[in-house]
Ligand binder design. Sequence first.
Ligand SMILES: [Fe+2]
Length: 237
Amino acid sequence: MPDQIWLQNYPIHFAGCDFDARMTVVRISEKELLIHSPCEIDADTKSAISALGDVVYIVAPGTYHHLWVPSAQAAFPNAVTYICPGVERKRPELDFDWILGDRPPDAWADTFDQVLVRGNKLIWEVAFYHKPSKTLLLTDLIENFTDSTPNVNWVLMLWWKVVFRMWNHPKPAPEYQMGWKDKSAARKSLLKILDWDFDKIIIAHGDLIESNAREMAMKAWKKPLSAPEEQRQRGAA
Ligand SMILES: [Fe+2]
């Protein structure tokens, strides 16, 4: 959708792994922009974004997506900062205005719906649905590293292929897979997301999902989605 969403990849170095993350800039109104999962905002990035409109919201959408919020705040000091619950505990020094929940603030309710993904002990995020373009906007709830993904080093490739088995198989980030605590709560959140009429998915790591989006999401979330049934079966045995 032209003039509505802009993407910017930026490098991450984490536990020996090199890969890219993705910042998303979204137009909220004629002149207003929201930055989702900001990268470091250097002078060039600042002027590129400023040419699009005024940044009025900075969003740290997940408990692993807040690193460059201070850089965005310094570049756009009038913006209001929203964080995913849990970020305030991980980054107690971080300035913020509001904590995100299941209901979109009135200011962007025409543009986005949102859901806090519950049920995990290691990682939280707020999933967004961009209504005008039918796009699901996630951070780590699906990773999609494939043979076509650029800027990935051998360490990441080894772990994702051999240990996590999620190379060419979109799945939630390893923290999700190791941290499901209340799969019933997770399932409830994921079903809310699947209620949205999305046909593509912007994710923070790996290739964008531009076809078969719903099928890919359901396959990626198979474990938490099937949890209540498994629990019932165990109870009956
Ligand atoms: Fe991430």
